[in-house]
Ligand binder design. Structure first.
Ligand code: BJ8
Length: 423
C-alpha cells in the first residue's frame, strides 16, 4: 500500500494502532486469497482494492468532501442508498468484519454483543478505520436490539440518524417505510443542502439497479458446474460492493461476469466438476471476514451462493424504473427494500422460501447456516431453516462462530464431516 499516514493523521486516527492492522492484513489476504489457483484475471481489481483498502477509496471520499459533498455511513441493507446519491452524497457501508476492532468495542458494549456490532463500534471509538472517521453522518436502523443500543453509543461521537424499521411486512408496514424514507429524505436534504428531485432520484435508481444487475450476472455464473469462480472471490466482490463507487462496481462486476461466462462456454472451472456445492445462509460477512468460506473451500467443497446480506439479498429485486411521480418512486423504493428478508422480521417465511429456491437454483448439495455469536435473531430462526431444509431432503449444518480463529479447527472438523456425508 502507498503511504497514507498523512491522510490518516488528518482524520484523527490512532495511526500507531492502525499500523498493526495494516501489518497483518496482507498476510491474511495472501494466505486466504492469493493462495487460490486458477482465479479469473478480473479478480485483479478486487485484489488491488484490498491492497489499498484504507487508502484509495478513503482518498476519493475525502476529495468528494473537499468539493462540498457529504459521506453517509450505513450498516444495513434496508437503508435506501438511492436517496443519498440523489442528493449528491455518497453512501458507504461501514460494517466491521475484523476481530482487530472487537476489543475497542468491548470497552463500551457488553462482551455478549455480536462481533459485527462490537467491531463496528470499536472501529469508531478506537479511531482505527478511515471510513468510520470520514463519514459525516451515520445512518442506523431499528433492526436488532444490539444495533439499536449501539447507535446511542455512536451518537455521542458522530451525528446519527436512525430509521425506524417496521418489524412486520403487512401493507401498513410498507406504508410506514415509505414515511420513514420521506423523513430520511428530509434529513439528507438538510445535511447535504441539495434537494431530492424526481430526476436525480431516477438517476440514482438506475445507477444502483445497474450495480444490482451486474452483481446478479456474476452470481448467475456460479450456477454452472464446474463453477468458474470460488465462493471466496464472490464474497470479496460483494464485500467491496458495499463501499466502492457504484458505477465502477457495476463496471468491474460486468467485466468479471464477461470472463466467467466465457469460462463457462469453455467448460473451465476453479474447482473440479462435481465438487460438492454449498449454499451459505445466515448472518452477514463484513470485510475482512473470510473465515467460513476459507474453511469450506479448503475442506473439499465450494460455496456457490450466499443467502445473506453479503450475498443475494444485496442485489435481488430491482427498484421500478418506470415511475411517473416522486411519490411513486418512494413507493417503489419502499416495496423493493421491504422485500429483503432479515430475521428481524416476524414472521419471516420469505427467507425460508428464498433458501429453498436458491438451494435448487444453485444446485446446492448442502446448506450451511452460520450464525455470529450472540445474534439471537438468526440463532432462533435456525430452527425453522433446518426444519424446512430437512423436509425437502437438503442436508444442513448449523454453525456458530465469531471473528476469532480459536474455533477454526473445530469448525474445520465439523465442515469436513458434513462434506464427507454429502457423498
Ligand atoms: S438486513 S442481517 S444488515 S440487520 S448479526 S448486527 S442482526 S445481532 S447485521 Fe443485519 Fe440489516 Fe438484517 Fe442484514 Fe444484529 Fe444479528 Fe449482529 Fe446483525
Amino acid at each position: 500500500m502507498a503511504d497514507y499516514h498523512e491522510m490518516w493523521e488528518s482524520l484523527g486516527m490512532d495511526v500507531k494502532a492502525h499500523d498493526q492492522l495494516c501489518a497483518v492484513l496482507p498476510t491474511a489476504f495472501g494466505d486466504t486469497y492469493l493462495s487460490q489457483e486458477n482465479r479469473p484475471e478480473n479478480m485483479a481489481y478486487y485484489d488491488f482494492v484490498v491492497s489499498e483498502i484504507h487508502g484509495v477509496r478513503p482518498a476519493e471520499l475525502i476529495e468528494h468532501q473537499k468539493a462540498g459533498g457529504k459521506v453517509l455511513g450505513t450498516f444495513c441493507l434496508y437503508v435506501p442508498d438511492e436517496i443519498v446519491f440523489a442528493a449528491g452524497g455518497i453512501a458507504t457501508g461501514l460494517c466491521g468484519g475484523s476481530q482487530f476492532w472487537v476489543p475497542d468495542g468491548e470497552k463500551v458494549l457488553p462482551k455478549n454483543t455480536c462481533p459485527l456490532i462490537k467491531a463496528s463500534v470499536g472501529a469508531r471509538v478506537g479511531r482505527t478505520c478511515p471510513f468510520f472517521r470520514i463519514a459525516d453522518m451515520y445512518v442506523g436502523e431499528t433492526t436488532c436490539d444490539g444495533k439499536k443500543k449501539a447507535w446511542e453509543v455512536l451518537a455521542e461521537d458522530v451525528p446519527v440518524h436512525v430509521m425506524d424499521m417496521p418489524q412486520m411486512k403487512r401493507p401498513q408496514d410498507v406504508q410506514k417505510w415509505i414515511g420513514e424514507i420521506g423523513i430520511f429524505r428530509d434529513v439528507v436534504e438538510k445535511f447535504t443542502g441539495n434537494k431530492v428531485t424526481k430526476e436525480n432520484l431516477q438517476a440514482a435508481i438506475v445507477l444502483l439497479n445497474e450495480k444490482r444487475r451486474a452483481l446478479a450476472r456474476v452470481f448467475a455464473c456460479r450456477k454452472a458446474d464446474p463453477v468458474p469462480l470460488s465462493g471466496k472471490d464472490a464474497l470479496l466482490m460483494m464485500q467491496i460492493a458495499f463501499y466502492d463507487d457504484p458505477g465502477r462496481c457495476a463496471e468491474m462486476a460486468n467485466k468479471l461476469a464477461d470472463e466467467l461466462e466465457q469460462r463457462i462456454r469453455d467448460g473451465h472451472g476453479v474447482f473440479a466438476k462435481g465438487t460438492k456445492r454449498i449454499l451459505v445462509t445466515g448472518t452477514p460477512m463484513a470485510i475482512p471476514n473470510w473465515k467460513l468460506h476459507h474453511l469450506i473451500e479448503t475442506s473439499g467443497a465450494v460455496v456457490v451462493c450466499e443467502e445473506c446480506c453479503t450475498g443475494t439479498r444485496y442485489f435481488e429485486n430491482l427498484v421500478a424504473e418506470d415511475c411517473q411521480t416522486i411519490e411513486e418512486q418512494f413507493s417503489a423504493l419502499a416495496k423493493r427494500y421491504m422485500k429483503n428478508n432479515c430475521a428481524c422480521f416476524t414472521p419471516n417465511q420469505g427467507r425460508i422460501d428464498d433458501i429453498l429456491r436458491l438451494a435448487k437454483e444453485y444446485k446446492a448439495d448442502g446448506v450451511i447456516d452460520v450464525n455470529l455469536k450472540f445474534c439471537t435473531l438468526y440463532d432462533m430462526e435456525g430452527r425453522d431453516v433446518e426444519r424446512a431444509l430437512k423436509k425437502e431432503g437438503i442436508p444442513v449444518l448449523g454453525l456458530e462462530t465469531d471473528y476469532t480463529d480459536t474455533d477454526a479447527e473445530q469448525l474445520r472438523t465439523r465442515i469436513g464431516a458434513f462434506v464427507e456425508m454429502l457423498g
